[in-house]
Write a protein that binds this ligand. Structure first.
Ligand code: HEC
Length: 189
């Protein structure tokens, strides 16, 4: 093999290499930028705009008071009831303040406490203070007995209402038994 032939062979090899490199670059430039399966912005949309996030969860249906009472706490209720003390006494025989004494109010006929002059609105309600009645009353007194003298806005938190009712129930020599978790399906009447 003379040097001329060697040059041809090396040249051919070099040429082949150059062609391969060029093809590699070309194929890379043409074929590499595949569109990503999921563009970045779409991931952002999915995380922020999922169907669950778009529709706010509907307001929870009102929980029956029996269910709430099954996990209520008279101690927590006593703390919440501090705001009632501006107008109510809770001790037996302590008498009326702005409102009637609330000792033993659970199971007592509505507007029947002695030594207090009830509004016509509350007297007209009649019935007894059941758990259900107290729950409705304490949610919004002005809606339960329009024209009532109890100028208290109400307790909008149903758990707080249940706690206060459990506390009111404890203010008695014989508290009305609170519903248990098992009996919670049967509303207290
Ligand atoms: C601003 C004063 C005020 C506050 C605060 C207040 N009440 Fe009263 N409450 C009254 C008045 C006045 C009445 C009598 C209503 C009537 O005659 O219409 C009353 C009546 C009641 C009755 C009916 C009693 C019965 O013998 O029929 C209950 C039960 C009661 N309140 C519970 C509560 C509870 C529990 C709270 C606190 C969460 C509270 N009240 C906060 C003024 C108040």
């Amino acid at each position: 093999m003379n040097s001329f032939e060697l040059n041809k062979i090396l040249g051919a090899l070099l040429g082949t290499c150059l062609v391969l490199v060029a093809m590699h670059i070309a194929s890379g430039a043409i074929f590499t930028p595949e569109p990503p399966a999921k563009p970045g912005y779409e991931i952002a949309v999915t995380s922020h705009g999922s169907p669950g996030g778009a529709a706010a969860p509907a307001a929870p249906a009102e929980t029956p008071i029996a269910t709430l009472l099954a996990s209520a706490s008279a101690e927590r209720g006593a703390a919440v009831a501090k705001q009632c003390q501006a107008c109510h006494n809770f001790q037996e025989g302590a008498g009326a303040k702005v409102g009637p004494d609330l000792y033993g109010v659970v199971g007592r006929p509505v507007a029947s406490a002695t030594g207090f002059s009830f509004s016509a609105a509350l007297k007209a309600k009649g019935g007894t203070w059941t758990f259900d009645a107290l729950n409705a009353w304490l949610a919004k007194p002005s809606a339960y007995a329009p024209g009532t003298a109890m100028t208290f806005a109400g307790l909008s938190n149903e758990k707080q209402r249940a706690d206060v009712i459990a506390y009111l129930d404890s203010l008695s020599p014989n508290p009305v038994p609170l519903p248990t978790a098992q009996g919670a399906a049967t509303p207290a009447k």
